[in-house]
Write a protein that binds this ligand. Structure first.
Ligand code: NDP
Length: 280
């Protein structure tokens, strides 16, 4: 039987509606949640992401300011701005759009964001708290994956979860979140010996690889939940995930489409983290 679709667009709209209500409640208490987004350089994809984030904030009533800096901005200047934003009471969340130009040490910049304003959740201290199960911000894309599972009524407890990809922004944090929800987790990567065999064990399969349609239907366990984080451009216009949707949908119980799956969840979770930062 073909899989049910985990509709990220619809679920993200629900999350945004919840956030909007929380923003109203906060405003009634005299708290005006604020997000600062910092963009260095003119990378076209980053400009689109930043514009979308700003627009999404406006839609739910979050105050947002975008700091657009030239590509030649020095690391010291950028750190100075982060310091200023750390101290700014109007700002509850700070997001530095990655990637940064080569002459800037990304790690140093992310590390400079105050822990209580790190709504992207990438700083080493936040990641450490995530690993030990302490209070933290869940990084937005992995958090989006978990909310998709939750909204579909899927409890990871006791299930076998396989995460393909071990990046710091998706694979590792989502594996930690699944572990925290009592799944038995396997993390696969480019040196995994038999990827297909690992994937076939998965009750929950999360693909975060960046390789178009790497995971095919024959690698999916009957009835599995398949979350496809990948966004890959093939040809001029077409976007595909890391999962071959047509064949995987014949085996899976639930599957996310690309586009319209995890993608819309990422910004929704950023908004959620920003109101949470303001609430704290
Ligand atoms: P990275 O390139 O940082 O990581 C990719 C991971 O996949 C690595 O761990 C790599 O292994 C592993 N890998 C590569 N080839 C294979 C293979 N043949 N078999 C098994 N594992 C493999 O990517 P990201 O995590 O940043 O992103 C992954 C995808 O998710 C991309 O398509 C990206 O565009 C998308 N994305 C989508 C977001 C959204 O909002 N929906 C947000 C962030 C990312 P190794 O470590 O051994 O090199």
């Amino acid at each position: 039987m073909p899989a049910q679709i985990l509709d990220g667009k619809k679920i993200a709209a629900e999350v945004r509606a919840e956030v909007k209500e929380e923003v109203s409640r906060l405003k009634a208490e005299g708290i005006n949640p604020g997000l600062a987004v910092v963009l260095v350089g003119e990378d076209p994809a980053s400009q689109v992401y930043v514009r979308n984030k700003h627009r999404a904030c406006e839609e739910v009533g979050i105050y947002s300011e975008v700091h657009r800096l030239p590509a030649a901005t020095s690391q010291a200047e950028l750190l100075k701005l982060i310091d200023k934003l750390n101290k700014d009471p109007k700002i509850h969340g700070i997001l530095v759009q990655l990637p940064l130009p080569d002459h800037i040490d990304e790690k140093k910049v992310i590390d400079a964001i105050a822990l209580e304003k790190d709504v992207d959740g990438f700083s080493p201290a936040n990641v450490g708290n995530l690993v030990i199960g302490d209070k933290c911000f869940y990084p937005c894309t992995p958090h989006g994956c978990m909310v998709l599972l939750e909204k579909a009524g899927i409890d990871p407890k006791g299930k076998k979860a396989v995460v393909v990809g071990r990046s710091n922004i998706v694979g590792k944090p989502v594996a930690m979140m699944l572990l925290a929800r009592h799944a038995t987790v396997t993390i696969c990567h480019s040196r995994t010996r038999d990827l297909a065999a690992e994937c076939r064990q998965a009750d929950i399969l999360i693909a975060a690889v960046g390789k178009p349609e790497l995971i095919t239907g024959d690698m999916i366990k009957e009835g599995a939940v398949v979350i496809d984080v990948g966004i890959n451009r093939v040809g001029e216009k077409k976007l595909v995930g890391d999962v071959h949707f047509e064949s995987a949908a014949q085996k899976a119980g639930w599957i996310t489409p690309v586009p319209g799956g995890v993608g819309p969840m990422t910004i929704a979770m950023l908004l959620k983290n920003t109101v949470e930062a303001a609430r704290r």
